[in-house]
Each structure stands twice: as structure tokens, then as C-alpha cells.
Design a protein. Structure first.
Lengths: 384, 571, 145, 345
């Protein structure tokens, strides 16, 4: 009983964020329970570790051989059934208890409440898309969820295994291609939490990160409303910056902004090349043949748009057909437009300080452009 | 007569020993002598360990800074894959059975050789070929799948997003290494069954042999499944047969079942021989009869059998069904019981012993401490609710380094020191040995204890970079510093061991006071192991031995009776 | 049984040729039986999988015979038998857990055309009704040999 | 022998390590006597057979799991196997098993001529089996019942994940790409914004399968890579031949009526269940691995014949024949399971 009591005290000595010595901050309805189980096992481990270590050191010191010449007496028993049974039965009892506690806790983790708020998650190398069917919103690498409401994520993968993990919620589930997996949690504290991909998925596995924002119900509704209209409401002039800061993160692992060759062509100078019709395709033809009046693409914009929505159609020489072709279902027309405009105005964006020399997006500072809408979004997140 | 007759306990100091029995490189490379094969395995395994260790240091160095200090993402992925793969397939699985076991098993048994010497040699050469293939993966496109080769990533050969081209060479290598391991196991089972000389009954065998026997059972039964798994993986990657590839209707979770059906038993292929070494060393260096012989012996067999029933505990969050999760979690804990029995029996063996604080014993005590931590943290992982949080974080990394590096490998090093005089005929410097142990022990715990904290805080494994604001950096720095200490420790160890070969004191037949048969032959042993037929008795009864300072080793006590003799042999 | 040796140095067991011939005849007979049974239709029994069950049962009996007589297990040490049986045991263990799990998680797997699958099987069964020689007819399967 | 040789448990004193008894040439230096060596060899062989069982076991697991979850594939596929051929092959193997067992018996009796005859008969069995298998295989190859990708079709809904409700999403996607109006509107929009010269829009509406998210089926590019990986093992010419055979689409031309009268070729069969190619995949994997074992068994038998003819065996020593026999029987045992699992569904 004292073990239990001690475990409870340990588990409850938490700081303001709910973090303990071992565990990170706790922000979901199950965190406390999991932490308790963890500490419960810990206490058992401490006891046995101390026991083993003390006995080990004690014997080693007490029965230390003074010199090699010391006579070997052969004292002490060579077997003892009572002892053997003791140290078989006690650990058996303990592990049964641990298993039981763990199983109960696990069942809670698996059975999601009926009235959960559902979000569809698509994982692909190396980004996350979160879709809110109720609001017609798709977010990339960011997930907004309501406070104190069970949320159920229904997850699928477009390529290889991934795993969705939010340490603060103590939940994790692999996302497996070829099937749906699901996960639920109830966030109990507003704030932003790190989300990781914890199943190795290739080169940029460690960059497959996202943030979960927990918002109180009313703010959540407002946020969803805003996100749903975000693109529509945005002033035209802000579209490129919007695309750069909000959408480009899902392109960045393959398309650089500084000329570096990644899996896909760099965006730097792309517009000019396309406008001039430069570049050849794996089918042996050149872009020139497709462009211009009477060609397949009247305008560079049309070519770029199709490259986003139907990337497999024409593959640039020296590149492979690796771009996911499901963006049509994840981007709204105006977002596509924004992306195309972004490519078009990349130089301007760089001049304005949105992009630094190394081709990194400078998200936090929002320089000259009058981006009221985006700023609202930022405010909202900080307020949350 | 000669002094040898006066002192029959001390075998002849034969000048013709297995090391110089025949000469020339050829006589080594194609030897059928189990001792030489063991030594060649030892050299091979230790070299691989250094290669794996260098990769480990690269990994640790990369993680000093959140953005990654020295490598690109892809280089890092290759570094940890090769680190893990080399350490598992090339180092730790063959280390104790194939290297040390090959050397001592027949001698301990009182046999002249293993049952199938040619098969033994073939096993070694298969190892070499397998190792070349495995490491060749690095040069045939690179290998970045992690040591688990999870599908569908590993069968996706698209250059930019899929696994690199080294997958097929690497799985071919692992396949071949698997057969090297199978042949070792088969050989040992047959040797133990059929080559025990009269008098060497099952319960007279040193516990080392029990452990190796249990290991061999695992090697024979589990490893073929790895073989077929990897073969399927290669065929899937090359031809697209749709067994593991979801695009063709295959099932990636089924692959994980296949993989862990072997690889969980494999972790006991690593730890059982380690426990076997410890069981013997703790008795010899405590100069005290082992406590609970039968319990230790049978717990080895129990671990071997249970270990086939728990593979699914690596798949708790993989999409395995809840029902099977619960079953596997329950059975997982059953393995903890025989392990606990062993730990407590070792402690009880030390009770009222006469404990030498020499290097092998220090490593042995280090093992008991580290294995307790490593094993106990296995409980966190076997528990469903907590494993969901801990899976694929550094907590798991810390757990398995505690049991693989801190236990299995440390036991191997303990055994290496223990049998070093027997293998080389030379004594190493004991003080340097203790100093090396200190560095390794401290370095190890600093490196990996911090990783427990990293893991429970949420740091995922196989990450080349980590978010700056996560607060993980400080732990990573501590861990990396620890790994440098560890490296210095091994460097020191390698140094004094190498030195001993050239200028070490000549080893007596029995420097520690062991009673199993290998201490009855000279150091190093003669070509045929025994110039005199050894006597089998209770190999844990040390009271019959005494220290003889002229020999600087232990000899038969003048007033005690040898087994098989009617009266004490007066000299 | 382990001590049942007929004494020569190498220790193997010489099984009389007659026994071998009888064994082989039995095996051939069982082969015929299993082919014949596979052609029967057990639909009336309402036992799905009865065909495969019988087929595996017959196969197991055959393997038992081969093992005991041809492979001398009957005269060997029981440990050799144990080796063989336990290898089969572990395969069975693996199969049963893998099937249990994959069946349990099937609902989460995205099926391409699940509703149609059953129809297809039914249709298949019917279309095969008139076709002899492939094990699904009601005939006596005489054209098997 | 000295007093030291006395073992506490030894019942007789002559079990020491001395070399004072007869040591025939076949006996390794570390063995006491032929019997010990024989028994060890036998145990070793059995352990090896156990590893063979587990090696095949992996494939049986794959088979069992697929069959349990997709019986329709197996029902469908097995129609294309010829039960008669399978049954004949079973009999061939059983008979050869018998001749092998007879060889062992004769060896134990020291009748080497009979041993050679039995082994040759066994070899005929192995050869016969492979010949029949060759006919079966070549027929399958010919008709395109190939493992792997042969019948693979891009699944229409596939595993690939569609984040929103399917209909709404399709609608949206259609709006996004397919309609010419959208294209025009897009161009107009952009034009109005950037005052680029207007131009008539004639872009063709594209159509991509909606389900084909992410990694698609084998595209040309992927085939290129597949090819390069095959290249590790096979010479380029062979790779080309394999690749260019394609999925045997011209089956219809070569289709020989009367062979499988009522069965349409799977590629033309609208009733073919999804993933039907898997049956042939598993079929070829398992029978292929088994076939390899038959070939190895054949080689072993040839070796045994050679040794027997050279007079290496006698009544007291014929271990290789006994062990080779065990290997041959396990090949038989595995086939005994394969036959009903594939042919008798
Ligand atoms: C030598 C290797 C070795 C050994 C011996 C062990 C031993 C154990 N392991 Fe470990 N394990 C690995 C190597 C090993 N493991 C590896 C390599 C991985 C990760 C692979 C990868 O993903 O890359 C892993 C991962 C792993 C997981 C999966 C984690 C995850 O990925 O989410 C789990 C889960 O159950 C687990 C559990 C256990 C348990 C219960 C034991 C038990 O056997 C431990 C038993 C020992 C004790 C319990 C201590 C001694 C007992 C006492 C001192 C008495 C007191 C005891 C009680 C009260 C019970 N291990
Ligand atoms: C027996 C197995 C074994 C051993 C001994 C080790 C030893 C070490 N491991 Fe290993 N490790 C694994 C098995 C092992 N590891 C496995 C299986 C994985 C998982 C891989 C995967 O995810 O796929 C892993 C993963 C792994 C990671 C996680 C990587 C990640 O997930 O991103 C880390 C990180 O710290 C790490 C560190 C270390 C360190 C510092 C050591 C140290 O203990 C090493 C100490 C040894 C040395 C330092 C060698 C001495 C060298 C010198 C002294 C240099 C001198 C050179 C010459 C003389 C030539 N290992
Ligand atoms: Cu996605 Cu890791
Ligand atoms: Cu495990």
C-alpha cells in the first residue's frame, strides 16, 4: 500500500505545466493516468534497483577477498527452495499487477468516446495534412483542436509508415498505408504542443513535425470560420506572402528557394525559366513546345498550375515522378493561385525580407506587406 | 620423475599449443580447430565493434546541436542504420557464442572439438561473406532503412523518397549472416548432446554451457524465419510480389510480425550467453559455489521458450489489433520472471563468498547493475499504456543499450578478460583493467541514462535533428560527452589488451581459480585441448583449490581428494 | 525406443523392404483419397472450410507416416522426434497469431471491392459446377489420374 | 591408462580419450566411435531439417494469412492449376521417397549394388518431378500467369487515403483540374491581375485517377528503377527479356483451346477478384523454393551414387546415405503439404 501511496505522491508532484521529473507537460485527459502508471512502475523499479545495488555493493565489500592466498572456505548455502520460491512468486505478483494496470489504461486509450470531433489526417513524406470535414478546412503541418472535447483523428498514409505522436497528450499511433488507423485525445489545456512523426519514414523523418493548437471552444469556432474563408478574405496583394508562409512548408522538402537541387526543381528563378519556355521533359520534348498561343499552356501560370495539381503529366528531365498527385484534393483553387503567384513574385518576396539568403522562410517577422489577415491568425494563436 | 608427476593438478606447460601447433596464414584461415576459429571470430567481431562504435560516435556527435552538427539528414540515417545493423548482426549475435563459445565450449565439455569442425569453419566464412555484403551496402547506394528494414519504405526504390540502393546487398548479407549463426547453433547443440564425455552429465555442465545451449535452440529455430523474411523482402523490392507492399495489396504490419518473430528471440540470443558468462564468472570470482544451479539452468531454457511468444510487444502502436496487443503484453512479463530468478541467484552466490575485485568480476558486477536497470525499464515498455507514450522514443534506445551494450557486450568483455589468459597465454595488467572498467562503466551510464530522460520527455528516435525549443539539447550533450568517455574507455582497454599479447606476464593454467575443465588444461591449450584427460567433478566446488604464489595461479589443494580418486592424492 | 538398435556399428536402422513398400502403398492410397475428397461438395453440411480441413488432416497423416517409417523416427531417440515436432509447433504458433491479428484488424484495412468479393466467390462456385477435372464438381473425379 | 582417466560417473573405464581402439578412416579425430559420430550426424541433420521447416514456415505463414483474409483469390487462382499434374508429381515424390528409404535399408545390409539401383531410381524421381514441374511452369509462363505484377491493376479506390468525404472531395478535385472553365477562369484571373496579353485557352482537360494519390502503380520511371535493381542479379540482356515479355498480353493469340476450356484468361476476366495475381505469387514462391530443394536433393543423390560406386560405404558406415535420405524425405514432406494447399482448393 505504501508503494501506491508513494507513487501517487510522486505522480502528483508536478509543476504548473503538469510536467514531472520524467514526463513532459501534461495536456490531455489521459496524461495524468499514464503518468501515474509510469510512476507506479518507476517506484517498483526504484525499490528493486536499490535492493539489488545495495546487496551487490554490500556483499562485494563485506566479502571482499583480502588476498589471493586467502583460503576458500565454501561457506553459505548452495541452494534453497524457499528463497527461490520467494523471488519467483513476488515478482510474478508484481508483474501481474503492472500488466493489469497497463491494460486498463490502454483500453481507455483505444476506446474513443462516441461524440468525438473528427479530423482526417493524411501523412506523407514529409508533411502532415489535417482536414476538418465539418468546416471544409485543410491545414498543413498545423492542427487546431477544441479544448475539452474528445478529438478523434482518422489517419491514412499516402506512401510509407508514419506515426503521429504528441508527447503532451501521451498518445501515439502509426499511420499505415493501405488502411485507416485512429487515435483520440481530449486536450485539457489551451496552448500549442509539438507533434512528431515517430516512425522512421526516410530522409526528412526528423523534419516531419507539426504543431497542435488547443483553443477554447468559441475561439476554435472562430478560427475554423476564419480558416475556411482565409483565402477568400485575403487581400490580393497578400496572396504570395500567404502562400510562402502558410503553404510552402509542404513543398519545402523537395523544392528549395535558393537554387539548391532537391527532389524537385528549385523555385528560385523558376518563373523566368517557365516564362521563357526553358527546360526539357523526360518524354524528350521541351517546355517550349507546350507553351504559347496554340500550345497546351497559354500562360506560364497554366503550366505551373497543372504542375501542382497533376505533377505526373510532364516530368522534368533529371527528375523523377515523385511528387504526390493528391494536391488537387488538398488545395483550394485560390490557394493554387496563391502558390503560382508566390513563384512569380519570389524575387519581390526576397527583397521584402520574407526569405533570407539561405532560402529559409522568415515567418515570424511580417515586414512591409499589409497582411492584416495573416496577422490576425498569428494573434489568434498567441491568444490561444 | 619430473615435477609434473609431483604435481598432477598442474598440466604440463606444453610448448606445443594451439597457437603454434601449425604455422602460416593458411593454417589459420582454413583451420578446423575450434579454438582458432573462435579466435578468428573474436578478431572479426571486435573489429566490427570498432566500426559500429565509430558510427555510434558519429551519431552522438551529430546530435550535439539541434540542427545537426556534422551530417546531412541522409548521412545521419545511414549512420544509425549501419551502427545498429553492424552492432546487431555482426557484433553482438556472434560475439559470445561464435567467438568465446567456440573457444571454450568444447574444452569445458571435455571434448576435443565441436561436433562438425568443417561446418564451424564454414560458419566463419559465411560470416565474412555476409559481413562484406552488409558493409558493401554502404558502397552500393547506401543503406538508410534502420536495422528493422520496415516495409514499405525499404521496398520503395524511388531515389528521392525511397530507401537507398543498398537494401538488397544488406539483406543478402544479413541472410548469409543468419546462416552463419544457424550453423554455430546446430553445431553446439549436437556437441553438447553427443560429445559429452562420460561423467559430464547435464547437471555437471558449467552454467555457461546451459546458456549456450538455450541460445543455440533460439538460433536454430528463429533464424530461418529471418532468412525467409529477408528473402521475401528482397524479392518484393526487386519484383514487386505484393506480400508486404500495400500498393499491391500487401500488408506492412505482416512484415513486422515476420521481422520480430525472429528479432525478439534474437535479443535473447544476445542476452542468454551473456547471462551464461555471468553465471560462471560470478561463482569463480566469488570463489563460492553457485547458488541455485538448477534454477539458473532451467531459467535459461524458460527464457528461450517464452521469448518466442512475445514478439508483438514491438508492435503495440503499429496497428496491431488491441486483442493481440493485450496478449503479447501479458506474455512479455513472463520473461521477466526467469530473468529475476537469475539476478537473485547471482546475488545469493556472492553471499559469504570471497570476492576478488579483479577486472572480470568488476565487469560482472557492472553487468548485474546495468542489466537490472535495462531489464526493469523493459517493464515500462511491456506495459501497454506506457509503451504508447514511450515507443520509438529514446527511452527505447536507452533500454536496449542497457541490455545490449551495457549487459550483453559488457558480459562479453567480462568473458574476454576472464578467458584472455587462456586464449593468449598472457596476463593483462590488472590496474589498467580496473581503470578501463571505470571509464566504461561511468561513460556508459552517463551516455544512456540521460537517454531515458530524453525519451520519456518525448524525443523520438532516428531523428537527425530536433526542435530547438524542445529543451532536449542539454541531455543530448550529456549523452554525447558520456559516449566520448566510453570511447576512451574502450581505447584504453584495447591498448592494455594489445600490450599484454606482446609483453604480458605468462599466464598460469588457472589464474582465477576456476574449476571448469578449461582451467585444467594449459594456457594456451594444446592443439587437442587436453594433454591429460581432465577430471569431471562439481565445477562449482572451489574449496579444493588453493593459491600457489610460485605459479601465480590456483592449483589443486594438497589435502583434498580429486573426483574419481579413492584417497587424496599425496604428492 | 532409443535402445532398439539392430546392433551394427553405424547405428542406423534397417527397415525391411516389405514395410517400406506397404508404407508407400498407403501413402499413394491417401493421395488418392485426398484428391477424391477434395472433389466432393460438402455444402450440405454447412461447414465452411471442411475441405481444407480434411485435406490438411490427410496431409498430416501422410507426413506422420513418412516421418515414422521412412525417416526412422519410430526407431530413433525421442529427442529427434522432439526436434521435428517442435519445429512444426513453432510454425503453427506463428501462423495462428499472425492470422488472429490480421483478422482482427481487417476492418481497418481499406478494401478495394469488398462488397463484390462474396458475389464473386458464389459466382465462381457455380461456374465451376459443370467443369470436371478441377476439383469442384459433384462427379467422382475419375479423370484425376 | 593412468588413474586420472577414471571418471566419477563412468561405468566402464575404457571410455577415456585414448586412441587405443580401432579408428576407421571415416571417423573424425574427435569422435569415440562410429556410432557416436553417426548419431551426431543424424542429430545435426535433424536440426537442419528443423531449420528447413521454419524457412518454409515463413512462406506457409504468408500463405495462411492471405488465404484467411482473401479466400476468393485462392479459389480463383487454383482453377488454373492442373490437379492431375500435381497428383502425378505427388506420386512421383512418394515413390522416390520409398526408393530412397530402400537405399538406406540396403546400405545397412551392405548391398551396395542395390543401393546404387535404388539411388538411381530416386534420381529418376527427382528428374521426373522437375520435368513435370517444368511443363507446369512453362505453361503458366506462356499464358502469363506470372507472379508479381502480371495481373496487377491499379485499384480504383486503392488504399490511398482521401481526406474529405469522397464525394465532396471528388467534386472539388474535378473543379480544381478537370473543367476547361476552371482553366479559363484561372487564366483570366491571372491575366486580369498582371495584364499579360490575353490568349485563347485550349488546354485539354486532364484526367487523373482520383484515387491515385502519392505513390502510384508502376510508372515507366519506376520500371526503370525496378530494372536497375534486377540488374544486380541478372545480366542486362535477361533483364530486358523479362521486362519486354510484359504481362503476356497476347495470351489470346497463343491460347490453346481445350486446355482449360471454360476458363477465361484472368486478364480478360471481368470476374477476376482484386489482387488475383497473389495466388500465383505465392504459388511460384513456394513451389519454386521447393523446386530448388529438389534440385539440391538431386545433386546430393548424384554425389551419393558416386560415393557408393567408389565403394566408400559398407555395412558399418553409410552415414551420408542415411542423412541424404532424411533430406530427401523432408523435400517430400513439404510437397505433401503444398499439394493440397494449391491444387485441391
Ligand atoms: C539483449 C537484449 C534485450 C533484452 C535482454 C531485453 C529484455 C526485455 N525487453 Fe527489450 N528490447 C531490446 C533488447 C532487449 N530487451 C531491443 C534491441 C529493443 C528495440 C528494438 C528496436 O525497436 O530497434 C527492445 C525493445 C523492447 C520493447 C519494445 C519497445 C517499443 O519499441 O515500444 C519492449 C516492450 O515490451 C521490451 C521489453 C523487454 C522486457 C520486458 C525484457 C525482459 O526480458 C527484462 C527482464 C529483466 C528484468 C525484469 C530485470 C531483472 C529482474 C529483477 C531485478 C527483479 C525484479 C523484477 C520484477 C519485479 C519483475 N523491449
Ligand atoms: C550491441 C548493440 C549496440 C551497441 C554496443 C551500441 C553502442 C552504442 N550506441 Fe547504439 N544502437 C544499437 C545497438 C548498439 N549500440 C541499435 C540496434 C540501434 C538502433 C538502430 C536503428 O534505429 O535502426 C542503436 C541506435 C543508437 C542510437 C540512436 C540513433 C537514433 O535513433 O537516431 C544512439 C544515439 O545515441 C546510439 C549510440 C550508441 C553509443 C554511443 C554506443 C557506444 O556504446 C559505442 C561505444 C563504442 C565505441 C566508442 C567504439 C570504440 C571506438 C574507438 C575507441 C575509436 C577508436 C577507433 C579505432 C581504434 C579504429 N545507438
Ligand atoms: Cu513520417 Cu517519420
Ligand atoms: Cu522484444
Amino acid at each position: 500500500m505504501s508503494i501506491l501511496a508513494e507513487a501517487t505522491t510522486l505522480a502528483t508532484t508536478v509543476d504548473a505545466t503538469g510536467a514531472t521529473f520524467w514526463m513532459p507537460e501534461a495536456a490531455s485527459s489521459v496524461s495524468g493516468k499514464i503518468d501515474w502508471i509510469f510512476e507506479f512502475i518507476n517506484v517498483i523499479c526504484y525499490i528493486f534497483l536499490v535492493l539489488v545495488t545495495v546487496v551487490l555493493v554490500w556483499f562485494a565489500v563485506k566479502y571482499r577477498r583480502k588476498s589471493e592466498g586467502q583460503e576458500i572456505l565454501g561457506e553459505g548455502p548452495t541452494h534453497g527452495l524457499a528463497l527461490e520460491l520467494t523471488w519467483t512468486i513476488i515478482p510474478t505478483g508484481i508483474v501481474v499487477a503492472i500488466f493489469w494496470v497497463g491494460m486498463i489504461g490502454y483500453i481507455d486509450l483505444r476506446e474513443s468516446p462516441e461524440d468525438s470531433y473528427e479530423v482526417s489526417v493524411t501523412a506523407q513524406q514529409w508533411s502532415w495534412a489535417f482536414a476538418h470535414p465539418d468546416y471544409g478546412v485543410i491545414e498543413g503541418n498545423e492542427l487546431h483542436v477544441p479544448l475539452n472535447r474528445p478529438v478523434r483523428l482518422i489517419m491514412g498514409s499516402a506512401d510509407v509508415l508514419h506515426s503521429l505522436y504528441v508527447p503532451a497528450f501521451r498518445v501515439k499511433q502509426d499511420v499505415v498505408p493501405g488502411r485507416y488507423s485512429s487515435l483520440w485525445f481530449t486536450a485539457i489545456k489551451p496552448g500549442s504542443y509539438q507533434l512528431y512523426c515517430t516512425e522512421y519514414c526516410g530522409k526528412d523523418h526528423s523534419k516531419m513535425l507539426a504543431t497542435v493548437h488547443v483553443l477554447p471552444e468559441d475561439e476554435f469556432q472562430a478560427k475554423m470560420g476564419k480558416l475556411a474563408r482565409e483565402y477568400e478574405d485575403l487581400p490580393e496583394a497578400d496572396l504570395p506572402a500567404y502562400a510562402l508562409t502558410k503553404l510552402y512548408n509542404r513543398c519545402s522538402s523537395c523544392h528549395s528557394l535558393d537554387g539548391e537541387v532537391r527532389s524537385g526543381p528549385t523555385f528560385k528563378g523558376l518563373w523566368d525559366r517557365v516564362a521563357r519556355g526553358e527546360g526539357a521533359f523526360t518524354n524528350g520534348r521541351t517546355l517550349q513546345e507546350y507553351m504559347g498561343p496554340g500550345g497546351e499552356y497559354e500562360l506560364p501560370e497554366n503550366y505551373l498550375r497543372e504542375s501542382i495539381l497533376n505533377p505526373g503529366k510532364l516530368i522534368r528531365e533529371n527528375y523523377a515522378n515523385v511528387m504526390p498527385n493528391n494536391f488537387a484534393s488538398q488545395l483550394k483553387p485560390r490557394q493554387v493561385e496563391a502558390l503560382v503567384l508566390m513563384m512569380k513574385h519570389l524575387d519581390r518576396l526576397a527583397d521584402e525580407g520574407w526569405i533570407d539568403e539561405d532560402g529559409n522562410v522568415q515567418q515570424p517577422e511580417m515586414p512591409s506587406v499589409n497582411s492584416s489577415a495573416s496577422r490576425d491568425v498569428e494573434n489568434m494563436e498567441e491568444g490561444g | 620423475m619430473t615435477t609434473l608427476e609431483l604435481n598432477p593438478d598442474q598440466p604440463k606447460l606444453v610448448d606445443d599449443n594451439y597457437l603454434n601447433h601449425t604455422r602460416g596464414l593458411w593454417s589459420w584461415l582454413f583451420t578446423l580447430d575450434h579454438k582458432r576459429i573462435g579466435v578468428m571470430y573474436l578478431v572479426a567481431v571486435l573489429s566490427s565493434f570498432f566500426v559500429g562504435g565509430v558510427f555510434a560516435l558519429l551519431v552522438r556527435t551529430q546530435l550535439l546541436t539541434p540542427g545537426g552538427a556534422i551530417m546531412s539528414q541522409q548521412q545521419y540515417n545511414q549512420a544509425f542504420t549501419l551502427h545498429g545493423g553492424i552492432m546487431v548482426f555482426l557484433v553482438i549475435i556472434p560475439s559470445i557464442p561464435a567467438a568465446l563459445g567456440n573457444f571454450v565450449l568444447p574444452i569445458m565439455l571435455g571434448a576435443k572439438d565441436v561436433a562438425f569442425p568443417r561446418l564451424n569453419l564454414m560458419s566463419f566464412w559465411l560470416w565474412i561473406v555476409g559481413a562484406l555484403f552488409f558493409v558493401g551496402a554502404l558502397f552500393s547506394g547506401g543503406l538508410d532503412t534502420g536495422w528493422t528494414f520496415y516495409t514499405p519504405y525499404s521496398i520503395d526504390s524511388r531515389p528521392e523518397v525511397g530507401a537507398m540502393g543498398g537494401v538488397i546487398p544488406a539483406v543478402t548479407g544479413a541472410f548469409i549472416l543468419g546462416f552463419a549463426s544457424i550453423f554455430t547453433g546446430m553445431n553446439f547443440i549436437v556437441t553438447i548432446h553427443r560429445l559429452r564425455p562420460p561423467g559430464m552429465t547435464w547437471f555437471r555442465m558449467p552454467l555457461f554451457l546451459w546458456g549456450i545451449y538455450a541460445t543455440a535452440v533460439l538460433q536454430v529455430i528463429a533464424t530461418p524465419v529471418l532468412g525467409i523474411t529477408l528473402a521475401l523482402l528482397a524479392v518484393e523490392r526487386a519484383f514487386g510480389i505484393g506480400i508486404f507492399n500495400p500498393e499491391l495489396g500487401g500488408d506492412p504490419v505482416l512484415y513486422q510480425h515476420f521481422f520480430w518473430f525472429y528479432s525478439h528471440p534474437a535479443v535473447y540470443i544476445m542476452i542468454l550467453p551473456a547471462m551464461a558468462i555471468i553465471s560462471d564468472l560470478v561463482a569463480v570470482h566469488s570463489h563460492r559455489h553457485i547458488f541455485g544451479y538448477r534454477f539458473i539452468a532451467f531459467s535459461s531454457i524458460a527464457i528461450a521458450l517464452f521469448s518466442f511468444l512475445v514478439w508483438g510487444h514491438h508492435m503495440f502502436t503499429s496497428g496491431q489489433s488491441a486483442l493481440v496487443n493485450v496478449i503479447f503484453s501479458a506474455i512479455t512479463f513472463s520473461v521477466a520472471i526467469p530473468s529475476a530468478i537469475k539476478v537473485f541467484n547471482w546475488l545469493a552466490t556472492m553471499y559469504k563468498g570471497s570476492i576478488s575485485w579483479n577486472t572480470p568480476m568488476l565487469y560482472t558486477m557492472g553487468f548485474i547493475f546495468i542489466f537490472t536497470i535495462g531489464g526493469l525499464t523493459g517493464l515500462h515498455l511491456g506495459t501497454l499504456a506506457t509503451d504508447v507514450h514511450l515507443h520509438d522514443t529514446y527511452f527505447v534506445v536507452a533500454h536496449f543499450h542497457y541490455v545490449m551494450m551495457g549487459s550483453a557486450l559488457i558480459a562479453m568483455i567480462a568473458g574476454l578478460h576472464h578467458w584472455w589468459p587462456k586464449i593468449t597465454g598472457r596476463m593483462y595488467n590488472e590496474n589498467w583493467g580496473r581503470f578501463g572498467f571505470l571509464l566504461v562503466f561511468v561513460g556508459f551510464n552517463v551516455t544512456f541514462f540521460s537517454q531515458f530522460m530524453l525519451g520519456s520527455q518525448g524525443m523520438p528516435r532516428r531523428y537527425a535533428t530536433y526542435p530547438e525549443e524542445s529543451g532536449f539539447q542539454i541531455y543530448h550533450v550529456i549523452s554525447s560527452v558520456g559516449s566520448y568517455v566510453l570511447a576512451v574507455g574502450f581505447f584504453v582497454t584495447a591498448g592494455y589488451l594489445a600490450q599484454s599479447i606482446f609483453s604480458g606476464r605468462r599466464a598460469p593454467a588457472n589464474p582465477w581459480g576456476g574449476r571448469s575443465l578449461e582451467w585444467q588444461c594449459s594456457s594456451p591449450p594444446p592443439h587437442d585441448n587436453f594433454s591429460e584427460t581432465p577430471t569431471v567433478g562439481d565445477c562449482y566446488d572451489f574449496t579444493v583449490l588453493e593459491w600457489k604464489s610460485e605459479e601465480e595461479g590456483y592449483v589443486w589443494r594438497s589435502d583434498s581428494k580429486r573426483p574419481g580418486q579413492e584417497s587424496p592424492e599425496a604428492s | 525406443m532409443s535402445d532398439h538398435h539392430d546392433g551394427h556399428d553405424s547405428g542406423g536402422h534397417a527397415v525391411p523392404i516389405k514395410i517400406l513398400a506397404i508404407t508407400c502403398a498407403a501413402l499413394l492410397f491417401l493421395t488418392a483419397v485426398t484428391v477424391w475428397v477434395a472433389s466432393l461438395d460438402f455444402d450440405i453440411l454447412q461447414l465452411p472450410g471442411i475441405n481444407i480441413f480434411i485435406a490438411l488432416l490427410v496431409a498430416s497423416i501422410k507426413v506422420l507416416i513418412v516421418g515414422l517409417i521412412f525417416m526412422h523416427l519410430r526407431w530413433d531417440r525421442s529427442f529427434t522426434g522432439l526436434v521435428f515436432v517442435s519445429s512444426i509447433f513453432f510454425v503453427v504458433l506463428f501462423i495462428s497469431i499472425a492470422i488472429t491479428d490480421t483478422r482482427e484488424y481487417q476492418p481497418a484495412v481499406i478494401q478495394t471491392d469488398s462488397e463484390q468479393i462474396q458475389q464473386k466467390i458464389d459466382k465462381l462456385d457455380h461456374s465451376l459446377d459443370g467443369y470436371a477435372g478441377h476439383g469442384h464438381d459433384h462427379g467422382d473425379g475419375d479423370d484425376e489420374h | 591408462m593412468s588413474q586420472l582417466d577414471v571418471q566419477p560417473d563412468a561405468h566402464s573405464a575404457d571410455h577415456g580419450h585414448g586412441h587405443d581402439h580401432e579408428h576407421p578412416p571415416h571417423l573424425g579425430h574427435h569422435w569415440e566411435n562410429s556410432k557416436q559420430q553417426f548419431e551426431a550426424g543424424k542429430l545435426g541433420m535433424w536440426l537442419f531439417l528443423a531449420t528447413e521447416v521454419l524457412l518454409f514456415g515463413g512462406l506457409f505463414v504468408a500463405y495462411a494469412v492471405w488465404r484467411a483474409n482473401h479466400p476468393e483469390i485462392f479459389k480463383y487462382g487454383s482453377q488454373y492449376l492442373d490437379t492431375a499434374m500435381g497428383a502425378i508429381n505427388t506420386c512421383v515424390l512418394l515413390l522416390s521417397s520409398m526408393t530412397m528409404a530402400m537405399a538406406v535399408t540396403f546400405a545397412a545390409r551392405g548391398r551396395n549394388l542395390a543401393v546404387v539401383i535404388c539411388l538411381i531410381l530416386t534420381l529418376f524421381g527427382a528428374g521426373g518431378f522437375m520435368v513435370i514441374k517444368y511443363f507446369e511452369y512453362s505453361h503458366k509462363f506462356h499464358e502469363g500467369f506470372l507472379p508479381g505484377m502480371a495481373f496487377y491493376e491499379q485499384p480504383n479506390a486503392s488504399h490511398l487515403w482521401l481526406p474529405l468525404q469522397e464525394e465532396a472531395q471528388q467534386e472539388q478535385a474535378r473543379l480544381a483540374i478537370e473543367t476547361t472553365e476552371a482553366n479559363e477562369a484561372f487564366a483570366a484571373e491571372v491575366k486580369s491581375r498582371d495584364e499579360l496579353p490575353a490568349a485563347p485557352v485550349t488546354a485539354e482537360p486532364t484526367s487523373i485517377p482520383l484515387g491515385a494519390t502519392g505513390v502510384t502503380g508502376l510508372t515507366t520511371n519506376e520500371l526503370e528503377w525496378e530494372r536497375s535493381e534486377l540488374g544486380i542479379f541478372l545480366p542486362p540482356k535477361l533483364v530486358d527479356t523479362i521486362e519486354n515479355q510484359g504481362p503476356m498480353l497476347d495470351y489470346a493469340e497463343h491460347h490453346s483451346p481445350g486446355e482449360l476450356p471454360d476458363l477465361p484468361h484472368p486478364l480478360q476476366d471481368p470476374e477476376r477478384p482484386a489482387n488475383a495475381q497473389k495466388f500465383f505469387t505465392i504459388y511460384f514462391l513456394m513451389t519454386g523454393l521447393h523446386g530448388i530443394h529438389v534440385v539440391i536433393g538431386g545433386i546430393v543423390i548424384v554425389w551419393l551414387i558416386w560415393l557408393t560406386v567408389r565403394g566408400r560405404f559398407n555395412k558399418g558406415y553409410y552415414t551420408p546415405i542415411d542423412l541424404g535420405g532424411l533430406y530427401w524425405h523432408i523435400v517430400d514432406v513439404i510437397w505433401i503439404f503444398l499439394f493440397p494447399l494449391f491444387y485441391l482448393i
